[in-house]
Design a protein around this ligand. Sequence first.
Ligand SMILES: Nc1ncnc2c1ncn2[C@@H]1O[C@H](COP(=O)(O)OP(=O)(O)O)[C@@H](O)[C@H]1O
Ligand SMILES: [Mg+2]
Length: 238
Amino acid sequence: MSIRVEEVSKRFSTYPALAGVSLEIVDGEFVALLGPSGSGKTTLLRIIAGLDFPDSGVIRFGDRDVTDDPAAKRGIGFVFQHYALFGHMSVARNIAFGLDILPRRARPARAEIEARVDELLKLVQLEGYGERYPAQLSGGQRQRVALARALARNPRFLLLDEPFGALDTKVRRELRDALRIIHDEIGLTSIFVTHDHEEAFALADRVAILNAGRIEQFAAPAEILERPASPFVTSFVA
Ligand SMILES: Nc1ncnc2c1ncn2[C@@H]1O[C@H](COP(=O)(O)OP(=O)(O)O)[C@@H](O)[C@H]1O
Ligand SMILES: [Mg+2]
């Protein structure tokens, strides 16, 4: 399903965090939101997710206007920079969390949940780690758990906000490759926020470059490198 952002604006006090942003992400696409700190990346991602709401403009999933729908109704999986795993729960319970908390009528049977956890552990290459606790994992392993947890309810969309920012370069590369493979395998539509142009260009089908709440260019990496749309883009990707 496509995601359409139409003329979205958002102010915090007087300063515009987003100033008339429009963007269409096609079904199955992997898009990176790239820009310096404070350019509006997180604000745009939160508005797409339903964790925040625009002052004006519309968000559509397919043809449906979801602008006023809360996050819980949008069918989205999230991964944040800081792991936000529950330290007192095993890896398996962390991954199953979104399923375990469903009301009984909607909740899969116990055995089905455990089978789903095993499947997700395999997907993120952590088979056999289900009984460990987050403190017993490396930073990269924790982010793999966070990714598995985000996918537990079969979301249509995966949104990631600088998920590998706290990791060293080698682990970042491994996770980046794993994420792209998972995106393609499951047929997700993904949006990945980063301030690292190398990471954005390595991962994404198209990259939206933000500057001060506006999109300077939205295009495939090769197009941006060959034909940067503005002096800002030229200097930011240099
Ligand atoms: N909850 C908030 N209250 C006040 N200002 C905010 C809030 N969230 C973001 N901002 C401001 O909006 C602008 C864009 O922020 P953000 O979307 O977090 O940028 P990025 O993720 O690109 O670093 C920044 O100037 C930031 O200080
Ligand atoms: Mg941010």
